[in-house]
Design a binder for this molecule. Structure first.
Ligand SMILES: Cc1cc2nc3c(=O)[nH]c(=O)nc-3n(C[C@H](O)[C@H](O)[C@H](O)COP(=O)(O)O)c2cc1C
Length: 188
């Protein structure tokens, strides 16, 4: 039976890789996407909806933003709770410094951070960012704290970053992310 994966997409340059991750996981899994508002600057909900074959979720409060003009769900449900009940694993790609900081601080001020707050399943973060953001001691403290609490991280790698600099902060290879998701799903 297909496993149920929630894919959280945040506002970073690597957001386009979410499309490849859906492609790599969708044969053996059902995937629903939760986008942050800022991720919509980087990739469209239409792309993620088309590839996943499911509605894309953006907003907790405004039903007509759930589907971006496509068919609305027949029954209104409290979205963050129904998604948290549905999922067996949540993968955040790319995980921004912002979402990591919010979760580490217990902030739930948008749909993705609220679903994470309501989660009882494995949550995996695949961060990607500028090398100095990655080195930032507050971010690193946040990651340490989240790891201790049971969240998983798929570490970024060294590479040429979107800003042209070379350093650690490049999203882990898509294959490595998919491998880690399969491993955690098998453990669950
Ligand atoms: C062009 C551009 C690229 C960005 N890339 C990243 C990134 O790779 N990683 C990151 O953590 N933040 C990046 N940011 C900053 C985030 O978009 C910003 O912190 C935002 O508040 C994140 O919101 P979200 O976590 O709700 O998606 C970028 C911003 C811009 C304008």
């Amino acid at each position: 039976m297909k496993k149920k994966i929630l894919l959280g997409v945040c506002g970073g340059i690597a957001a386009y890789k979410a499309a490849d991750i859906i492609e790599g996981l969708k044969k053996e899994n059902e995937i629903k996407v939760v986008m942050t508002n800022n991720s919509a600057h980087f990739i469209t909900s239409l792309t993620l909806q088309t590839l996943s074959g499911n509605p894309v979720y953006l907003d907790m409060f405004t039903p007509d933003r759930l589907n971006q003009g496509f068919t609305l769900p027949k029954e209104w449900e409290v979205v963050h709770i129904s998604l948290a009940k549905w999922a067996e694993l949540l993968l955040v790609v790319p995980a921004t410094a912002n979402i990591i900081g919010k979760v580490a601080s217990g902030i739930a001020d948008d749909l993705l951070s609220t679903v994470i707050m309501a989660s009882t399943f494995p949550v995996l973060f695949a961060p990607a960012m500028n090398k100095n953001m990655w080195k930032n001691s507050i971010l690193q403290e946040n990651i340490k704290r989240l790891r201790k609490t049971g969240y998983y991280f798929i570490e970024p790698v060294k590479g040429v970053l979107a800003d042209g600099e070379t350093g650690i902060g490049h999203l882990a290879p898509v294959e490595a992310i998919i491998k880690e998701v399969r491993k955690r799903l098998n453990e669950a």
